[in-house]
Design a protein around this ligand. Structure first.
Ligand code: SF4
Ligand code: SF4
Length: 101
């Protein structure tokens, strides 16, 4: 098992959500999303943006990690935990950044 797999098997956070950018949600929309288990996060990228995270556990995620790890999507293999929902939890992203100096 690679060091990436060791971190990711313990975490698995980025395999549990799908995310899309939304316009500023109304209070009615926000309540609807939140009561359905979604999360709404705001971040600054020059301008204020809102991201909607919808719970969606990947069917390839098993107890011991990704079951298609060698052939997982490029979006997964290139992911480095640099979005608001994983910034604080992605240990692999921190390690990889350190390794790359
Ligand atoms: S958030 Fe980072 S450490 Fe967690 S599973 Fe995703 S890539 Fe791995
Ligand atoms: S394919 Fe694998 S790495 Fe990608 S989201 Fe699913 S379980 Fe996670």
């Amino acid at each position: 098992m690679t060091s990436e797999q060791e971190y990711c098997v313990k975490c698995r956070e980025c395999c549990k959500w799908v995310c899309t950018q939304i316009t500023t949600p109304s209070s009615v929309d926000a309540e609807f999303y939140l009561k359905r288990g979604c999360r709404i996060l705001r971040y600054e990228d020059g301008v204020s943006k809102y991201l909607l995270y919808v719970p969606s556990v990947c069917p390839n995620l098993k107890d011991d990690g990704c079951s298609i790890y060698p052939v997982r999507p490029v979006a997964c293999s290139e992911y480095r935990g640099n979005d608001p929902i994983t910034l604080d939890v992605c240990q692999w992203g921190k390690v990889r950044d350190g390794e790359q100096g």
